[in-house]
Design a protein around this ligand. Structure first.
Ligand SMILES: NC(=O)C1=CN([C@@H]2O[C@H](COP(=O)(O)OP(=O)(O)OC[C@H]3O[C@@H](n4cnc5c(N)ncnc54)[C@H](OP(=O)(O)O)[C@@H]3O)[C@@H](O)[C@H]2O)C=CC1
Ligand SMILES: Nc1c(N[C@@H]2O[C@H](COP(=O)(O)O)[C@@H](O)[C@H]2O)[nH]c(=O)[nH]c1=O
Length: 357
């Protein structure tokens, strides 16, 4: 079971590393196309978090403009100095959560209790406790949109899995303007760069950190493995099982020994009596939860084998069956991570299927 959500930090920065200028007007660093990308990211998360400073400065709504998702809104405050009529609280029919240090909770609840759920975040506020509480509330994927104090806090606490930066072609040049991050002890070493993209005049960069970086590397390998699948009229999938030390225990791909083979069942069948404590199975596609060709689903094989962690890229589209693999595994207490930025590669391997768009 996840003890915290997958945390995706997102920011748009100037060439000199600022989030905003010092004027009263909000500085738009993203261009229209990049704001659409941010909207897509928002549509794919369960909650969006900004600091109280951002609510006071920007008065954001934090809604999905395209109407495709319904993420909850989350903020952090020590002072409780937030206006209950701010857009954060008044727009969107979604849950609003305010985390405050224990000592401040009564005051914050008095001010904001009618428009939000005020939660004790520990004394002093403990980020891991906040994240554990969000996980308990069903938040699997959290997008942290800033501002600078919040990005610094999350990154220096080592709880960011993915960082998305959009660099805009402008200088701010004001010493008093908010920077992307302040000083602190950040994760050591170089981050794992997983994507760069030109979006008009903006450069988009995606990085993965820590375990998420290891997951990204292994999942790409599983996706590449699917290229070995023989021609098929069903999904072409690759799977890799690693132990707690990230050593490969077994691999498999669809149709490896028989046309009905699924990648996960092939890999699991090769495991023998390997120690699966802390093991992870990487599968390019969400493990199936029911199937026509054989009696036991891959979700059930994973549960039977006792593999505690599952990482996949693409939610199974409702082409053959209605898949509930991820939900079933989570309900059984397994940690499930989805890396949807790799789904495009899996779709390309499955271009033979009638998938629509
Ligand atoms: N370009 C971009 O992508 C973005 C830009 N921005 C910009 O960033 C700026 C705001 O950034 P910034 O001023 O750093 O503010 P933040 O949004 O990071 O919020 C900081 C506030 O969060 C609360 N907080 C932080 N840590 C704690 C803690 N440990 N315990 C309790 N409360 C805590 C405090 O609230 P309190 O003071 O109430 O106690 C603090 O003042 C704005 O100018 C905004 O426009 C913001 C988001 C994205
Ligand atoms: N200025 C800026 C961002 N600002 C973020 O967007 C929030 C406003 O959201 P909304 O009210 O929903 O439009 C704002 O508070 C801050 O978190 N984001 C970006 O990707 N690029 C940008 O250039």
């Amino acid at each position: 079971m996840s003890t915290r959500p997958y945390v995706l930090a997102s920011a748009a920065v100037s060439l000199d590393g600022y989030l905003d200028d010092t004027s009263d007007r909000r500085l738009l660093l993203s261009n229209e196309e990049d704001f659409a990308r941010v909207d897509d990211e928002r549509a794919g998360v369960d909650a969006i978090l900004v600091g109280a400073g951002t609510i006071r400065t920007d008065n954001p709504r934090l809604l999905v403009r395209s109407g495709r998702g319904n993420p909850a809104k989350v903020t952090i405050t020590g002072s409780g100095d937030l206006d209950p009529s701010a857009n954060f609280f008044t727009t969107g029919d979604v849950e609003k959560l305010v985390y405050a240090p224990a000592a401040a909770v009564p005051k914050v609840r008095e001010r904001l209790g009618a428009v939000a759920t005020v939660v004790d975040g520990g004394d002093p506020l403990d980020l891991r406790r906040v994240l554990a509480d969000l996980a308990d509330r069903g938040i699997e994927r959290l997008m942290v949109e800033g501002g600078g104090a919040v990005h610094t806090m999350f990154l220096t606490a080592g709880v960011v899995d993915e960082l998305q930066l959009a660099v805009a072609p402008v200088f701010v040049g004001e010493a008093e303007a908010p920077r992307f991050v302040g000083p602190g002890r950040f994760p050591p070493g170089r981050l794992h760069l997983t994507e760069t993209r030109r979006i008009g005049d903006v450069v988009f960069m995606r990085y993965h950190l820590g375990q998420a970086a290891r997951d990204h590397r292994r999942l790409r390998e599983a996706i590449e493995l699917a290229e070995k699948c023989p021609p098929s009229t069903t999904f072409r999938v690759g799977a890799i099982v690693v132990n707690a030390a990230d050593e490969v225990l077994a691999t498999g791909y669809s149709g490896e020994t028989d046309p009905h083979d699924h990648a996960e069942e092939v890999a699991i069948a090769k495991l023998g009596d390997a120690d699966l404590t802390g093991a992870t199975i990487y599968s390019s596609l969400e493990p199936c939860s029911s199937r026509a060709s054989r009696a036991v689903s891959c979700t059930q094989h994973i549960l039977n084998a006792g593999i505690p962690r599952v990482v996949f890229a693409w939610r199974e589209p409702n082409l053959f069956v209605d898949c509930v693999g991820a939900e079933t595994l989570r309900a059984a207490g397994r940690e499930v991570r989805e890396l949807p930025d790799l789904a495009t590669l899996v779709k390309a391997t499955n271009a033979h299927l009638p998938l629509g768009d």
